[in-house]
Design a protein around this ligand. Structure first.
Ligand SMILES: Nc1ncnc2c1ncn2[C@@H]1O[C@H](COP(=O)(O)OP(=O)(O)O)[C@@H](O)[C@H]1O
Ligand SMILES: [Mg+2]
Length: 420
């Protein structure tokens, strides 16, 4: 007999066809010893457990995050992430739990949880490592607050809300946040005010500590106070929660009052699926109480009307662009469906098709479209007249895009920055 190769029962349990490619990863090695390409390493946040970003193929979908922990935790987190996904929460997608790992000497290795790498996601340390403006911190804090509101609306208690347990994606001029670490979370039938307050306390503490770390490292914008910024998350959360849950007093004589109340929630990104209107007899006023709200109002409309996926503010921007197009074409007598298809080919795809192949994949398409619209506005202001979308696209492609990348999975040779 030759070497006694231990025959463990390596088991990859999960969903999706990817799990076959996951099977070939080097499970008999400790995760710390797995190679990781530097582009991916730079896009990984800090963690308690060993986490590695790995690639099994050339496509964006072939990048995975692997986290090593004990079986009980990975199984729990896997189940929570699945439930969160099925309820439409913004969070990473779990793919598999890998158990029965043995090293070549037959020693047991920890269980691993595999999630799909969230494309175009930016850990807060990456966002806050450049020239950080207060606007960036404020919009990140807002995004985190909104994420917590969304989770709470679904009855999820996070238990470890922090900047490092979230991932950020650009969303027009702001950010949207996704949950990445669900290990401490729990679903409740009804989340009590006490539980929500507890989550807020944890968030306040974590975010303040994370920003304090950055301040000590000297990368925080001077004048930015970690505690104040962290309190910003909480106050934003409270304002949102209040508008979504507390009754509004309406004037019964105002025929558009209900519509306006609904619109104000839609503007915050929430579709009102059920409301209750009660009459306050004594004062003769109406009380408008949202009963059922769902996040992603503009995202859903964008999907319905134009068939595109985007973040909430990107969706708002794309819909506004389509609305303008539609009113320009109002005389044509064409149906909205036809106009939608026309807008897609003549505007959206037309712009994106001008991106040279070697610069694709750096910025997410809906975001890139937004940035080009912004650039058109900027160029127009500078020139004192509109210079058109094609010109703006060309300028963006040559002057901005070569120095932009939000993607770790698409790192090609970086251009050398122009020295002034
Ligand atoms: N699916 C994913 N997509 C992108 N990055 C991820 C993913 N999963 C983990 N990461 C990165 O790894 C870091 C640590 O993951 P996390 O689940 O918070 O581990 P821990 O439980 O050890 O804190 C995250 O902050 C994130 O940067
Ligand atoms: Mg974590």
């Amino acid at each position: 007999m030759g070497e006694n190769v231990p025959m463990g029962e390596l088991s990859v349990t999960g969903s999706g066809t990817e799990i076959i490619s996951l099977y070939d990863l080097p499970w008999s090695k400790l995760l710390e010893d797995w190679p990781e390409d530097p582009g991916l390493t730079s896009m990984r946040g800090i963690s308690r457990h060993v986490v590695r970003l790995v690639r099994t193929g050339d496509r964006d979908e072939d990048v995975f995050a692997v986290k090593e922990t004990v079986e009980e935790f990975s199984t729990r987190e896997y189940a929570l992430l699945r439930e969160l996904n099925s309820r439409g929460a913004p969070c990473v997608e779990p793919l598999a739990v890998v158990t029965g790992r043995l090293d070549l000497r037959g020693n047991e290795l920890p269980t691993a949880l595999v999630t799909r790498y969230l494309a175009y996601s930016l850990p807060y340390r990456v966002i806050l490592s450049g020239n950080v403006t207060p606007h960036e911190i404020t919009t990140m804090a807002n995004a985190l607050a909104l994420l917590l509101v969304k989770l709470h609306l679904l009855g999820f208690w996070w238990g470890d809300c922090s900047l490092s347990n979230a991932l950020f994606r650009r969303d027009a001029s702001e950010y949207s946040a996704y949950l990445v670490d669900a290990e401490t979370g729990e679903f409740q039938n009804t989340l009590t005010d006490g539980q929500r307050e507890h989550d807020l306390e944890i968030a306040l503490f974590n975010v303040a500590a994370e920003l304090e770390d950055l301040a000590i490292a000297g990368v925080l914008h001077p004048g930015m106070d970690p505690i104040r910024a962290s309190q910003g998350v909480i106050s934003r959360y409270r304002r949102l929660w209040k508008s979504l849950n507390e009754p509004q007093i309406l004037d019964p004589k105002d025929r558009h009052a209900v519509e306006r109340a609904m619109r104000s929630l839609q503007d915050l990104g929430f579709a009102v699926e059920e409301v209750e209107i009660t009459k306050d007899g004594d004062k003769g006023v109406l009380k408008f109480s949202p009963r059922l709200v769902a996040a992603g109002y503009h995202q859903q409309r964008l999907k319905e009307i134009l068939g595109l996926d985007a973040e909430e503010l990107q969706a708002k921007r794309l819909l506004a662009s389509f609305d303008r197009y539609r009113s320009r074409e109002a005389q044509s007598g064409l149906s909205d469906d036809v106009l939608a298809r026309q807008w897609l080919t003549e505007v959206f795809d037309h712009v994106l098709s001008q991106i040279p192949a070697d610069l694709r994949g750096r910025v997410e398409p809906a975001q890139m479209f937004h940035e080009i619209l912004e650039h058109r506005w900027y160029l127009g202001e500078k020139a004192g007249k509109d210079l058109g979308l094609d010109f703006a696209t060309h300028e963006y492609v040559t002057q901005i895009l070569p120095f932009r990348t939000d993607s770790a999975t698409n790192v090609r040779e970086e251009p050398v920055a122009v020295v002034e």
